[in-house]
Design a protein around this ligand. Sequence first.
Ligand SMILES: O=c1ccn([C@@H]2O[C@H](COP(=O)(O)O)[C@@H](O)[C@H]2O)c(=O)[nH]1
Length: 275
Amino acid sequence: MTFIEALKLRWGTADSLVCVGLDPEPSKYPASLAGDPDATFAFCRDIVDATAPFACCFKPQIAHFAALGAEDALRRLVAHIHSSHAGIPVILDAKRGDIGSTAQRYATEAFDRYGADAVTANPYLGGDSLRPFLDRADKGVVILCRTSNPGAADLQDLAVSTPGGSPRPLYQHVAETVVRDWNGHGNCALVVGATWPEQLREVRAIVGAMPLLVPGVGAQGGDVAAVVRNAKSADGTGLLVSSSRAIMHASQDDDFAEAAANAARTLRDAINAQR
Ligand SMILES: O=c1ccn([C@@H]2O[C@H](COP(=O)(O)O)[C@@H](O)[C@H]2O)c(=O)[nH]1
C-alpha cells in the first residue's frame, strides 16, 4: 500500500485528521524517566501508544532526535509504530533538499534507514533535487509550500512571473508546479501552516484533493476552525493537522501519556466539529 493510500484509509478508519508530532524535549520528561538512558524512546513510545487511536499519522521531527544523539531511538520508534500500530503512516519531518546525489542519500536515510512512509522536503533546489524522493512511488513527499513561521512571507510571498502568466506569490507557484510537474506518481503532499488560513484557502483551490500537512495549531496558535473551513478537501478530508508540543508535553508529570491522549482527542473532536 502506498503512503497516500494508507493515509486515506486511516482518515476513514480513525475518523481523524490529527497528525501527532513527535518533538521530544528531555527537560519536559517526567521525573520518573530521569537517569533512564533510553528515556527518549520510552517517552515517545508511550506518547505513540496513548495517542494512536486519535492519529491519522505520526510526524517525528528528526532534529529533535539527532540533537540528542538519539537517532537509534528514532529508528526503533518508527519500527514500533509499524509493528504495534500497523496502518498508521509515519512522516519523517526532515525538510531535505540538496543536489541529486546527496538527495539520493537523504531518500535512503528517510525511507530505508528510518523506515518512514513519507518525508518532508524543501523545493528550493528545484525538481531534480526532489527526484530521488518522488521516484519512490510508494512513499510520500511532503513539500514545503507556505510554512507556519512568522518569516514565511520573506521569500515565499515574493511575486514570480512565468512566461505568459501574471505575477503571483512564490508559494502559489510551488503549489502549481507540484500538481502539474512533480506529482506523476500521485505521491506528493504540501506543507501549509495553520497560521495562514487565507493562504490555506488559496492553496486548496490550486491543488484539488492533494493532502496538506498543516502544522501550527497548538503551541503556534493557529485557529483550528479556520484551518478546516478553508482547507478541507471536497470530501471533508485532505488534511493532516499537526500538533507536537501541545500534545506530547501536555503534562510533565507521570500522567503525560494520558494528558497527550486527551489533547489529541480534543484536537480530533475540534477538527471533526468543522468538517
Ligand atoms: O511550516 C512548518 C513546517 C514544519 N513545522 C514543524 O511542525 C512542528 C510544529 O510543532 P508544534 O509544537 O506543534 O508547534 C515542528 O516539528 C516543526 O518543525 C512547523 O512548525 N511549521
